[in-house]
Design a protein around this ligand. Structure first.
Ligand code: WTA
Length: 661
């Protein structure tokens, strides 16, 4: 709670710079309030206006919102459009074909510019190649690729032919990839030979081969491979094809598939409270509308801007603020293959200077690690670089501590750029709560106020509003166009996870705790209230990691909790009981290493526990429930002050308190 208290006592406010407010899409508090009032007066009319303004419709919609099958809401359902047409063709048709769409910088520093006209041709060729393979509207295609122009092309090409893509982050293991291929019933997989990160080539194709060999995904008849490094790969004739070979023989003109606004554009897996990741399904129309509109509102995009979102296309931020949002509005953006610390921790700052980036969007975990690097090596301090092109800074993924916020503002933003802390989720499609740069005074550590049309609130366990100043559960009170439509193949889980009966069945439950300031009504996010950890901005379910641990032959039982971490926000701590006696000394260290690698293989390196503690048992209630709150205290190194009278085996606490690795 101490982080929240420090924000609550935060007195510093940073009003928008006057010149920015004057020229902003949403200008001043009055501009913001006018939009809020418009949505309040005529909710459907407000969204219909934005949908008409932001998107080009092949068939205009007549119906706006349909609530008859709540919580499976639909928006603009009788309207037809194509996401790729909206991201590419219409800009070229409007005479902006020569405008740079993507400035791609490779891991080794090589820069490639791609214009809108080029990108349209590349997408057209590849979309035709996918069609030739028999891939059609509604088919699911999994994309397991590095950050690349080709990754964006693959996503856009799927959208063009009405295939639903599901991008799996390149850091996930073969097991995780297999689970997703099976769950979604994919018919094709697009991958690369290898990916380059930090000067090293990492295999992707061989992991994909392993995933396919695990079985259950026999429906995958085509594996399309982008040749990134030319490294050696195994080849399965008849199944495997090079991306460039199948695309180069195709025409660049490709008729877009016109789909209903409700057609699933993509499914993206994310962690929830149970062991199985959820396939969050998004629509075409409502989703794209918000990706475009938030580019204009939250980032106040201007045609002269160079936008850079450092996220990976494997996460929702890379969907909304690389592949769809920036292209939908015809922006010029930087796409980066590598990591912020290679060849040194000045890479981000150098790239901002080289490409004259004006709007920069990154994660608190990156900021914190770059602060550390800058403090120990003056050479990579942002003060050393010409960052004068910047005008707006954004953050996303986890709460940003006021100290990091202030550093970001001062050393990266030169005290002139607003810092926009954007709260949102995979399920929300785009930004939900954020200080609009020309309108809302920012406060370090607070994401401030909901975007116009978004009815965010803080409620208690029964769904009643709590007073400002009191903590509670963050909810959204009305459906919005960009919200997830369902969980793939599990609508019941969608209903129970996001619209629980306890809250009345109509409120969208975000899974975060929040508090609003007594005076300003600003929101501060207090972190997850369910069994989800946030490690470096990545969502990990504790249950997923636990099931991975118990799948190891030595492990009898495991419990995973988070503890605060200076760099990664939260760190994974695992409490493990082995089938044989509790290990000590070197043996404990060896088994801990083995289990860590095991989790890396089962899920991916991001899920590896930072600490593993062994015990003869886990603290349980008499009814056999693991007492996680005790484990959380132990993980933090706190003295256990909670009531332990219901504990079956109190002696265990002491053993678990000693770090066994
Ligand atoms: C957390 C990422 C505080 C939150 C877009 C949310 C944040 C989860 C912020 C979603 C923020 C994201 N301040 N917390 N600005 N942004 N979160 O689905 O716990 O990967 O529920 O989407 O990240 O993570 P997801």
């Amino acid at each position: 709670m101490s982080a929240i208290e420090s924000v609550l006592h935060e007195q510093r406010t940073f009003p928008p710079p006057e010149s920015m407010a004057a020229a902003a899409a949403v200008s001043g508090m009055s501009g913001y309030q006018a939009l809020v009032a418009e949505a309040h007066r005529d909710y459907e009319g407000f969204w219909a206006r934005l949908a008409r303004e932001n998107l080009t419709w092949h068939t205009p919609f007549a119906k706006v919102l349909d609530e008859s099958n709540a919580p499976f809401y639909t928006w603009f359902a009788d309207g037809e459009l194509n996401a790729s047409y909206n991201c590419l063709d219409r800009h070229v048709e409007a005479g902006h074909g020569e405008r740079t769409a993507i400035i791609f910088e490779a891991d080794d520093g090589k820069v490639t510019h791609v214009s809108y006209a080029d990108l349209l041709q590349r997408v057209g060729r590849f979309a035709n190649a996918l069609r030739k393979l028999g891939i059609e509207r509604g088919d699911r295609v999994v994309i397991y690729m590095p950050m690349s122009i080709e990754g964006v092309v693959a996503m856009q090409a799927c959208a063009r032919i009405g295939a639903t893509h599901s991008v799996v982050f390149g850091g996930f293991s073969s097991k995780s990839l297999n689970e997703r291929l099976v769950d979604i019933g994919a018919c094709a997989l697009i991958t690369a030979d290898e990916q380059m990160r930090g000067g090293r080539a990492l295999p992707l194709k061989s992991i994909a081969d392993e995933a396919l060999a695990m079985g259950g995904c026999e429906a995958v008849t085509d594996v399309i491979v982008y040749r990134r490094t030319g490294g050696k790969v195994d080849w399965h004739p008849g199944r495997d094809r090079w991306m460039h070979e199948i695309a180069e023989t195709q025409a660049s003109d490709c008729m877009p598939e016109w789909v209903s606004a409700e057609h699933p554009l993509f499914i993206l897996y994310t962690s929830g409270s149970t062991g199985k990741p959820k396939g969050v399904q998004h629509s075409t129309g409502g989703y794209l509308l918000w990706a475009a509109q938030t580019m204009k509102w939250t980032f106040d995009w201007k045609p002269s801007d160079v936008f850079w979102c450092t996220a990976d296309i494997g996460w929702v931020t890379g969907h909304s603020y690389i592949t769809y949002g920036p292209l939908a509005i015809g922006a010029t953006q930087v796409v980066f293959e590598g990591v912020p610390t290679y060849p040194d921790a000045g890479r981000f700052w150098k790239m901002i200077a080289d490409h004259r980036v004006s709007v920069f969007y990154t994660a608190p975990t990156a900021i914190r690690s770059l602060i550390k690097a800058a403090e120990s090596n003056a050479e990579v301090h942002p003060d050393r670089y010409d960052l004068s092109s910047l005008r707006i800074l954004g953050t996303v993924g986890e709460p940003i501590n006021p100290q990091a916020w202030m550093w970001y503002r001062k050393h990266v933003g030169g005290e002139r750029c607003p810092v926009i802390d954007t709260w949102w989720q995979t399920e929300t499609g785009g930004h939900m709560i954020a200080p609009l740069p020309g309108a809302i005074p920012a406060v370090p550590g607070s994401c401030t106020l909901p975007l116009p049309g978004i009815l965010a609130a803080v409620v208690d366990e029964t769904g009643q509003d709590v007073e400002n100043g009191q903590g509670g559960i963050l909810v959204i009170k009305r459906p919005w166009p960009a919200m997830a439509r369902t969980i793939w193949d599990d609508p019941e889980r969608f209903r129970t996870s996001y619209f629980p009966q306890e809250l009345g069945g109509r409120l969208y439950l975000a899974g975060d705790g929040a508090v609003r300031d007594k005076d300003s009504a600003y929101f501060t996010i207090m972190g997850r209230i369910d069994d989800v950890l946030n490690v470096s901005g990545h969502r990990l379910g504790t249950m997923e990691i636990e099931s991975a641990l118990v799948a190891h032959e030595l492990v009898a039982e495991a419990a995973v909790v988070g503890r605060p971490d200076d760099t990664t926000g939260e760190a994974v701590v695992a409490f493990v009981m082995l089938k044989h006696a509790c290990p000590v000394g070197d043996e404990a260290a060896r088994i801990a290493r083995e289990l860590r690698d095991w989790v890396g293989k089962e899920i991916g390196p991001i899920a590896k526990p930072k600490e593993i503690r062994f015990g003869d048992n886990l603290p349980k209630t008499r009814s056999g429930k693991i007492m996680r709150r005790l484990l959380r205290s132990i993980a933090k190194g706190e003295a256990v002050s909670q009531d332990t009278s219901t504990l079956e085996n109190p002696g265990i606490l002491e053993q678990l308190s000693t770090l066994a690795q």
